[in-house]
Design a protein around this ligand. Structure first.
Ligand SMILES: Nc1ccn([C@H]2C[C@H](O)[C@@H](COP(=O)(O)OP(=O)(O)OP(=O)(O)O)O2)c(=O)n1
Length: 193
């Protein structure tokens, strides 16, 4: 069953989401922000200002998830203006960022990471991915700008929402099988095999 705000707040106190914001924040220092924090049946995490990378084509090469070449993912600059701190994802491009929050997923919970409507409305698609039972770390977040216009993506503000589902206890969790993306730090982690 999908977990509610009461359960999410209780588990966050035990370390499931760090830092944790117990209500949905829509303004910060009197300025509107892309919302983050606890919602009725989920939690909206923020984009870390630490790093954002954008795919670029290197003529004569093909991106290989089994043998990833970091040259294909170029770091991009963090900008600042009166509206906040932001990265720019160019039109029709794909970029990777990282979550500001550290997660520690319980052994009987699966998390779905899905997009926020405000970004969906401007053409920014967050790739739909799971965080598995027993996984810990900072999520690597994947975005595609499907519109023909460059788009801002704000750091320190809401970027992706998490939905928590409880299941019967599993026999092998991400922790017990020692998954390769366990304990991700607050930086973009490339595809591995
Ligand atoms: N946006 C996301 C979604 C997930 N993860 C982390 C948490 C997941 O538990 C872990 C593995 O996710 P998948 O099972 O989708 O990845 P793979 O199947 O490719 O890897 P593995 O073989 O480790 O399961 O990656 C992440 O960093 N960023």
């Amino acid at each position: 069953m999908i977990k509610n705000d009461i359960w999410i707040a209780k588990m966050a106190q035990q370390g499931m989401i760090t830092p944790f914001e117990p209500k949905l924040i829509r303004r910060f220092e009197n300025l509107p922000v892309i919302s983050y924090g606890l919602s009725s049946y989920g939690y909206d995490i923020r984009l870390s200002p630490s790093e954002f990378r954008i795919f670029r084509h290197i003529p004569g090469t093909v991106v290989d998830p089994k043998n990833f070449n970091p040259d294909n993912l170029e770091p991009t600059k963090l900008h600042t203006d009166a509206n906040g701190k932001y990265f720019i994802l160019p039109a029709h491009s794909y970029g990777l960022g990282v979550a500001l929050e550290r997660l520690d997923i319980p052994e009987n919970i699966t998390v779905l990471c899905i997009g926020k409507s405000s970004y969906a409305r401007v053409g920014l698609i967050a790739n739909l991915t799971p965080a598995e039972a027993g996984w810990r770390g900072h999520l690597t977040l994947e975005f595609s700008n499907s519109s023909s216009a460059d788009c801002r993506i704000y750091a320190n503000e809401g970027v992706v929402q998490l939905i928590f589902f409880e299941g019967e206890p599993c026999s092998v969790s991400y922790e017990t099988r020692q998954g390769k993306y366990q304990d991700q730090p607050e930086q973009v982690i490339f595809s591995r095999v």
